[in-house]
Design a protein around this ligand. Structure first.
Ligand SMILES: Cc1ncc(COP(=O)(O)O)c(C=O)c1O
Length: 343
């Protein structure tokens, strides 16, 4: 048994993601941007609801929910949360009910934002929807979820809360620790040269999971996070803390140091989920060169962050891979913005 990932087998897991997801070459985008060779790991094809990274994260939360004999899962996120929507889909697949709490995180949104995209899909999955007024209060949002869970328990349900705040064990990151092995196998088998993976860094679970998994396998591939929630300095502290928690959970020595953390907040402005011209340009660029869809909140910021990185002095070496983490339903919630900025 390979012990690179320490005690990972002790954590119960429910299969939700269809893996391995493909790694595709993006020759037209690479040419358009003047090299290097760009690849994309297609976790938007993970097969749960409309796909995305959250399928891998949820495998470990649902593993624990099943172990605890839960019949209801609770989760919190922004109004257009992919995580909440995919959790609702996963709950249905496992015969459970789902409560999703939608937080006000984006100012000045329109009616379509509040009803389309993931909100619509959450309803389709029959999730019970709650609201929370503050999108920047992770602890408060988690506490509110626990209160709802308590009410449900009193009514005879067996609830399980998927927490958001960084003070909880980063169970979801284990999904990307495992994905590191999948990626290494794929690039080795296909003899690809990938020196760097670039991904969005929100809660940080995907970012730290992949980075930790790569280091556990002895790989020195650079992982660059494009900040979508908070400035790079704040996100870096969060990631270091999460890495320490992962080491403790898996019984492994510290594997990720400050030198391993690479972040850019170049396309974060003016804030989470808000209009940024570079991001909309990137959404169109990849649609029109490769026929690939990305969203304005997460993966559009990934492409925009990569374009900025290629344009800067600190150009990456040969062999860059974007991790497409999904988010497709959000595109529809931003219909007005996409139409207004059409050019
Ligand atoms: C489509 C998409 N990509 C990326 C992320 C960021 O992943 P993480 O929260 O693990 O940093 C999210 C998080 O909500 C997401 O929905």
């Amino acid at each position: 048994m390979d012990k690179s990932f320490g005690r990972i087998d002790a954590f119960p897991r429910e299969r939700l993601a269809r893996t391995p997801t493909p790694i595709d070459a993006l020759p037209r985008l690479s040419e358009k941007l003047g090299g290097p060779e760009i690849h994309m790991k297609r976790d938007d094809c993970s097969g749960l609801a409309m796909g995305g990274n959250k399928a891998r994260l949820l495998e470990f939360y649902f593993g624990q929910a099943r172990k605890k004999k839960a019949d209801t899962v609770l989760i919190t996120g922004s109004v257009q949360s992919n995580y909440a929507c995919m959790a609702a889909a996963a709950a249905r697949r496992m015969g459970m009910a789902c409560h999703i709490q939608l937080e006000e995180r984006v100012p000045d949104v329109d009616a379509v934002y509040r009803t389309s995209g993931n909100v619509l899909l959450g309803k389709l999955f029959g999730a019970t929807i709650h609201t929370y007024p503050d999108g920047e209060d992770e602890e408060g949002a988690d506490n509110r979820l626990h209160e709802i869970a308590e009410d449900l328990r009193k009514k005879g349900a067996s609830p399980y809360v998927i927490p958001l705040g960084p003070d909880n064990p980063p169970l979801g990151a284990l999904g990307y620790v495992l994905a590191a092995r999948e990626i290494c196998r794929q690039i080795d088998d296909a003899n690809l040269r990938i020196d760097e993976t670039i991904l969005t860094s929100g809660s940080g679970l995907t970012h730290i999971g992949l980075l930790f998994g790569l280091r556990a396998l002895g790989r020195d591939m650079r992982v660059t996070g494009v900040c979508v929630r908070r400035p790079a300095a704040v996100q870096a502290r969060r990631l270091i803390d999460l890495a320490g928690r992962l080491s403790d959970m898996l019984g492994l020595p510290p594997l990720v140091g400050a030198g391993d953390i690479h972040l850019t907040d170049a396309v974060l402005a003016p804030g989470y989920g808000q209009h940024n011209d570079d991001v909309l340009d990137a959404v169109r660029l990849i649609a029109r060169t490769e026929g690939i869809l990305v969203d304005p909140v997460y993966t559009g910021r990934l492409v925009a962050g990569m374009v900025r990185r290629l344009a800067g002095d600190d150009r990456p070496p040969d062999g860059l891979m974007m991790l497409h983490t999904g988010g497709l339903p959000i595109l529809f919630a931003y219909q007005a913005l996409i139409e207004e900025t059409e050019r």
